[in-house]
Design a binder for this molecule. Structure first.
Ligand SMILES: [Zn+2]
Length: 206
């Protein structure tokens, strides 16, 4: 069982900083928006999440906070306590419900546009890139759920759980952005890249 050590948290912080910089370079973390997380321990559930209010293109491994299943900060001796993102509670909920070990949240414009256009969910089928999210390239009806936004992470978590389909590793939050998840941060990035591409394709071909 992995232990909640400072070294483990800072290792996760390094991966979160690297992936955040890449997403920022895509223009998906404008301002200080968006956040990434990685499960550090499963029992009890603890996540390393990017700290609040920082430029996601310039994070260091120490720009990390550790949170519990409610998104509340957990003190780890040897790690300077930083304020976690307000959205950390939804990251923890996603990790708990899906079993994913990494969660990505970005404000990619195409996710917001697609959520606006199809508030009941974004439907896709028969397109090769669906294989990148673990679905089939043919005869597989994929729906990206769209849930309404809230500043209350408990409420948003309930909406996520109600809309969750284990076959689809993404949810759009209307007028806000996109949550995706994967077995690790690199997998979660691949999923995010494919979902964003699929949403751009849906918008362009509608
Ligand atoms: Zn957000």
């Amino acid at each position: 069982m992995t232990q909640l050590t400072p070294a483990r948290v800072l290792e996760a912080g390094g991966r979160l900083a690297t992936e955040s910089a890449r997403f920022a370079s895509y223009g998906w973390m404008r301002g200080t928006s968006g956040n990434l997380s990685e499960v550090v321990t499963r029992d009890p559930l603890r996540l390393a999440v990017t700290a609040s209010g920082l430029d996601k293109g310039e994070l260091t491994p120490a720009d990390v906070a550790v949170v519990d299943p409610k998104g509340e900060p957990v003190t780890v001796e040897g790690v300077a306590p930083l304020r976690p993102s307000a959205e950390a509670g939804l990251h923890a909920r996603v990790a708990a419900v899906t079993g994913a070990d990494a969660v990505v949240h970005v404000h990619a414009l195409n996710s917001v546009l697609a959520g606006h256009r199809w508030p009941g969910g974004v439907h896709l089928r028969d397109i090769e890139t669906l294989k990148g999210i673990g679905r089939l390239a043919h005869d597989d009806e994929v729906v990206f759920p769209v849930i309404s936004n809230s500043q209350d992470m408990g409420e948003l978590g309930d909406r996520f759980e109600a809309a969750y389909d284990p076959r689809t590793p993404a949810v759009i939050v209307a007028n806000h952005g996109l949550y995706t998840w994967g077995t690790d941060l690199v997998h979660a990035r691949h999923v995010t890249e494919c979902v964003e591409w699929l949403l751009a394709y849906a918008l362009a071909t509608a």
